[in-house]
Write a protein that binds this ligand. Structure first.
Ligand code: AMP
Ligand code: TRP
Length: 327
C-alpha cells in the first residue's frame, strides 16, 4: 500500500476550489492507500489568527473531512500541532534549505509583497510543508496545482539530504493533481484563483453556503459579452472556469458539456451549474451539521494524533540517527 499525506489550513471558508482540487481526491484515495489527512494549524499562524476562531476552524475542518466521506477507520485525521515531529523535522530541513530557493516561491512573493515586516514563518512555510510530508514517508500528495512549486521544493530537499547525509533518509514523494479542478478561479475575477480570504463572498462558493448564496454567486459570475459557451481559458477565462467546475462536478468532459449547450445562452448554463453545485453541497452540509458538535469528533482527532505520532516517532528516530543528532 502506498502512503498518502495531505493537509488543509484551518482558516474558514473552505470552498469548491479546495474541494475539487484537493479534498475529493482524499476520499477517492483512501480505498487503496494508507491515507493521513492533517489540519495544518501551524501553517495557518504564518498570518495572525484569533485563538478562539482558530480553535473553531480546526474543528470545522475536522468535521468537513468527515462530512465529505473520509472514514476515520480507514484514514488518519489529526491536527498538526498535536504531533511534535512536524516542528522538529522542520528545523532539520531548514538547515538544509537555501534562502535562494525559498525566495523563488511565488506564494511567498505574493503574500509578503517585499515587505520587511513579513513574518519569517511565511518565508519558511514551504519547509514546514516538506516536513509534514517527509515525516510520514509519503509516496503521494494530493493537492491543487497552486502547491506544485512547494512539492518540487520538498522533493529537492529530500533528494539533497539523501545524497549528502545518507541514502534513503527520506522517501521522495510525488504530487497528485487532477485534470479538472486543479485550479478553480475566482467567480468575480477569473484570472485570480478562488481563495478563502478574498473580500467579496461572491468570488467563491463555500462548502457550507446556503442554496440561495450558491445561486447568487454563480449567477453573477463574471463571463464575457460574446455569448458563446466555449472553452478558451486565455480568451474566455470566466466561461472556461465555469465549464471546468461543471465538468468536475458532473464527471462529464468539457467537450460534451460544450456540445450539450450549443446554441444556448450563459443564463441557461449557469442555472444548470447552480443545481449541480447545490446537489453536490447538500449531503456535505447535512453531514457537517450532524458531526460538528459531537464529542466523537474530538475522540477521532485524539486517536488520529496517537496513530500519526507512532509513525512520526519512527521517522524522527531514523532521521536523527542519520544526522548524528541526540544519543
Ligand atoms: P489551503 O486552503 O491553502 O490549505 O488549500 C487546501 C488545498 O486546496 C490545497 O491542496 C490547495 O492546493 C487546494 N486549493 C486551494 N485553492 C484552490 C483553487 N482555487 N483551486 C484548486 N485547488 C485549490
Ligand atoms: N500548503 C498547503 C496549502 O496551503 C497546505 C499544506 C500544508 C499541505 N502541509 C501540507 C498540503 C502537506 C499537502 C501536504 O494548501
Amino acid at each position: 500500500m502506498k502512503r498518502v499525506f495531505s493537509g488543509v489550513q484551518p482558516t474558514g471558508n473552505i470552498h469548491i476550489g479546495n474541494y475539487l482540487g484537493a479534498l475529493r481526491q482524499f476520499v477517492e484515495l483512501q480505498e487503496d492507500n494508507q491515507c493521513i489527512y492533517c489540519i495544518v494549524d501551524l501553517h495557518s499562524i504564518t498570518v495572525p489568527q484569533d485563538p478562539k476562531e482558530l480553535r473553531k476552524h480546526i474543528l470545522d475542518v475536522a468535521a468537513l473531512y468527515l462530512a465529505i466521506g473520509i472514514d476515520p477507520k480507514k484514514s488518519i485525521i489529526f491536527v498538526q500541532s498535536d504531533v511534535s515531529g512536524h516542528a522538529e523535522l522542520s528545523w532539520i530541513l531548514t538547515c538544509n534549505s537555501y534562502t535562494g530557493e525559498l525566495s523563488r516561491m511565488t506564494q511567498f512573493k505574493d503574500k509578503s509583497r517585499g515587505k520587511e515586516s513579513a513574518p519569517a514563518g511565511l518565508f519558511t512555510y514551504p519547509i514546514l510543508m516538506a516536513a509534514d510530508i517527509l515525516l510520514y514517508d509519503t509516496d503521494i500528495v494530493p493537492v491543487g496545482s497552486d502547491q506544485k512549486q512547494h512539492i518540487e521544493l520538498c522533493r529537492d530537499i529530500a533528494i539533497r539530504i539523501n545524497n549528502t547525509i545518507k541514502k534513503d533518509t527520506f522517501v521522495v514523494p510525488d504530487g497528485r493533481f487532477l485534470k479538472e479542478g486543479a485550479r478553480i478561479m475566482a467567480l468575480d475575477e477569473p484570472t485570480a484563483k478562488m481563495s478563502k480570504s478574498a473580500e467579496n463572498i461572491h468570488s467563491r462558493v463555500s462548502l457550507l453556503d446556503e442554496d440561495n448564496k450558491i445561486k447568487k454567486s454563480i449567477m453573477r459570475a463574471t463571463t464575457d459579452s460574446d455569448g458563446e459557451i466555449r472553452f478558451d481559458p486565455a480568451g474566455k477565462p470566466g466561461v472556461s472556469n465555469l465549464l471546468n467546475i461543471y465538468s468536475a462536478f458532473s464527471g462529464k468532459s468539457v467537450e460534451d458539456i460544450v456540445a450539450a449547450f450549443a446554441g444556448k445562452g450563459y443564463g441557461d448554463f449557469k442555472k444548470e451549474l447552480v443545481v449541480l453545485t447545490q446537489e453536490a453541497m447538500a449531503p456535505i452540509k447535512k453531514n457537517f451539521e450532524e458531526i460538528r458538535e459531537t464529542e466523537e469528533l474530538k475522540d477521532i482527532l485524539r486517536d488520529g494524533a496517537e496513530r500519526a505520532s507512532a509513525i512520526a516517532e519512527k521517522t524522527m528516530k531514523r532521521v536523527k540517527n542519520n544526522f548524528g543528532l541526540g544519543f
